[in-house]
Design a protein around this ligand. Structure first.
Ligand SMILES: Nc1ncnc2c1ncn2[C@@H]1O[C@H](COP(=O)(O)OP(=O)(O)O)[C@@H](O)[C@H]1O
Ligand SMILES: [Mg+2]
Length: 258
């Protein structure tokens, strides 16, 4: 067989990661290398540590009382891999490059336009004209532009749940992240709105590295390039597409873990 011309590139290397809250282990002994092969989807029972895992990647756990951790995380944030705990990067810059979208849309209590404009102004220092250009670009990128272009000044909270979640995604994309973390981004949405987000993620995977928690193995199977299975704070499996396309194996996982 011909050797592959290009090896998939690692973009996340985790070594001996342990995270505790008030001395209680929440993530244990995580050793993992993620390479570019589509969306990485994280599944596991409630309380298994999925959200904590995502928050480790942009150092969001540090906000919570009782947090302690050991180990190392390297991410591809520029041309090279950087240790996120030792880099010269400010935490705010790390969080810009590793953007996060949460389970329920958390739009800001301002207009649709200001939801994009305010964070852009605060973080990037772009001038007004550039910010307006970026606003149009990202609203187009999440396929929201045609739906909102005539009412950019109305409150974002008046949008439907699915539109709000796409706006939250646009707000993160406006800051030009390298990695996107999505914590059950469709959990609060109906079937149709979830489907639109799934389609969008399948497009975005070509431009961003995406790690998404999913509450549904079916959804994971539809969108994932690889699936991480968490159990009690540990990564039990890293499944590649040829493994989880086998429905028997998936069924077994369903019974075992979820
Ligand atoms: N900020 C925190 N303070 C204390 N305990 C936490 C905190 N965050 C998570 N935990 C605990 O860690 C475990 C895993 O939580 P989480 O990562 O939210 O799991 P999942 O997202 O898989 O449901 C739970 O037992 C939860 O109570
Ligand atoms: Mg969670």
């Amino acid at each position: 067989m011909e050797p592959a011309l290009t090896q998939p590139k690692p973009f996340c290397i985790i070594k001996n990661l342990h995270i505790l809250f008030h001395g209680k282990p929440v993530l244990q002994d995580i050793n993992l290398t993620l390479t570019d092969c589509g969306i990485t989807v994280l599944v596991g029972a409630s309380g298994s540590g999925k959200t904590t895992f995502l928050r480790a990647l942009n150092r969001l756990n540090e906000y919570y009382p009782g947090y302690s951790a050991s180990g190392q995380i390297e991410l591809a944030l520029s041309g090279t891999m950087e240790n996120i705990y030792q880099t010269d990067l400010q935490v705010t810059e790390l969080r810009r490059r590793v953007g996060m979208v949460f389970q329920s849309p958390n739009v800001l209590p301002v207009s649709i336009a200001q939801n994009i404009n305010l964070p852009l102004k605060l973080v990037t220092g772009l001038d007004r004209k550039k910010r307006e250009e970026r606003l149009v670009e990202v609203l187009q990128e999440v396929h929201l532009w045609n739906e909102v272009k005539d009412r950019l000044k109305t409150k974002a909270s008046h949008l439907s749940g699915g539109q709000q979640q796409r706006l939250c995604l646009a707000r993160v994309l406006a800051l030009q992240p390298k990695i996107l973390l999505l914590d059950e981004p469709t959990a609060s949405l109906d079937f149709k709105a979830s489907g639109r987000i799934e389609e969008l993620l399948l497009e975005l995977q070509h431009r961003y590295r995406i790690i998404a928690v999913s509450h549904s193995l079916r959804q994971a199977r539809r969108i994932a390039g690889q699936i991480l299975v968490m159990k009690e704070g540990r990564i039990e499996h890293l499944l590649k597409k040829d493994q989880f396309e086998n429905s028997e194996m998936l069924q077994q996982l369903l019974e075992e873990f979820l």
